[in-house]
Write a protein that binds this ligand. Structure first.
Ligand SMILES: Cc1cc2nc3c(=O)[nH]c(=O)nc-3n(C[C@H](O)[C@H](O)[C@H](O)COP(=O)(O)O)c2cc1C
Ligand code: SF4
Ligand code: SF4
Length: 241
């Protein structure tokens, strides 16, 4: 079994690891292999990713579209925080999913509002739900999701960011290392390119909380999955290591 995952703040890595630990699956971080074009073959192939605007992160969508996948069983685990609607429809529209599941996880999009004060409570429930998902995947259970042709808003709108950086920036370079899209450069100042995935990794993991796109964001709490370290996210997202 192979699991492809994408993560900004660690929730998807947390979930992907749990599934891999229980099944012996090989974990592959999408940003690490994104530059290649391959045919991936295994008995089961899964995708674990955060839901963005009721759809897929654009890198996950492009990754699926530009590679070939050969498996007897395809599954997807869509991590959401508040509004899931029919987000799995986007991935089901581009790969023949045998099984799709939603997993409620803590909110990381601090552009809009604060993450939860006690993410552990949500993550404990998520672990319970993951046990069911793992058992379903082991049993090759089928839960067909109706595919839709239209992509989500993430693919349509994200890319250009309007992030600013406060004088609290120490030029530590963490934002550069955690960015899955190689979209940040720190020289005289921190500069963002046009390849942003809106994963909010840089915003949430900056040790100085210096990255913002609206004033309210500066006052909000930052979020990182408490069971995933900054180094884990760097290893997942930095393809230069
Ligand atoms: C740009 C963006 C858009 C998001 N859109 C949604 C959404 O439509 N519905 C939802 O419930 N959560 C949404 N979220 C929350 C994430 O899906 C959720 O916090 C996820 O667990 C983050 O996973 P990660 O830690 O692996 O990055 C969004 C987060 C970001 C950064
Ligand atoms: S992570 Fe924050 S402090 Fe470090 S270089 Fe980036 S913006 Fe500056
Ligand atoms: S610039 Fe920030 S929000 Fe955009 S992809 Fe990179 S780490 Fe994620």
């Amino acid at each position: 079994m192979t699991i492809f995952y994408f993560t900004g703040t660690g929730n998807s890595l947390f979930a992907a690891r749990k599934i891999a630990d229980a099944t012996g699956a090989t974990l592959v971080s999408i940003p690490q292999v994104f530059a290649k074009e391959e045919t991936y073959t295994d008995d089961k192939i899964g995708f674990v990713y955060p839901q963005y605007a009721i759809g897929l992160p654009k890198m996950v969508r492009s990754f699926i579209l530009k590679n070939e996948f050969d498996a007897e069983y395809f599954f997807a685990v869509d991590l959401y925080a508040h509004i899931r609607m029919k987000a799995l429809g986007e991935i089901a529209g581009i790969i023949p999913l045998d099984y799709g599941a939603y997993l409620k996880t803590p909110w990381n999009f601090i552009f809009a509002f604060n993450p939860p004060k006690s993410p552990e409570i949500i993550l404990e429930k998520a672990e319970g739900r993951l046990e069911q998902i793992i058992s379903d995947i082991k049993d090759s259970k089928r839960r067909i999701v109706k595919g839709r042709k239209k992509h989500g808003a993430a693919t349509a709108y994200f890319g250009k960011t309007n992030f600013n950086v406060t004088d609290d920036c120490t030029k530590c370079g963490t934002c550069v290392q955690v960015c899955p899209a190689n979209n940040i450069q720190v020289t005289e100042k921190t500069v963002f390119g046009n390849e942003c995935e809106n994963c909010f990794s840089c915003v949430n993991l900056c040790p100085s909380h210096a990255i913002y796109s609206n004033k309210k964001m500066q006052k909000r709490r930052q979020y990182r999955n408490p069971f995933v370290s900054v180094n884990d996210i760097i290893e997942a997202n930095n393809d230069k290591l």
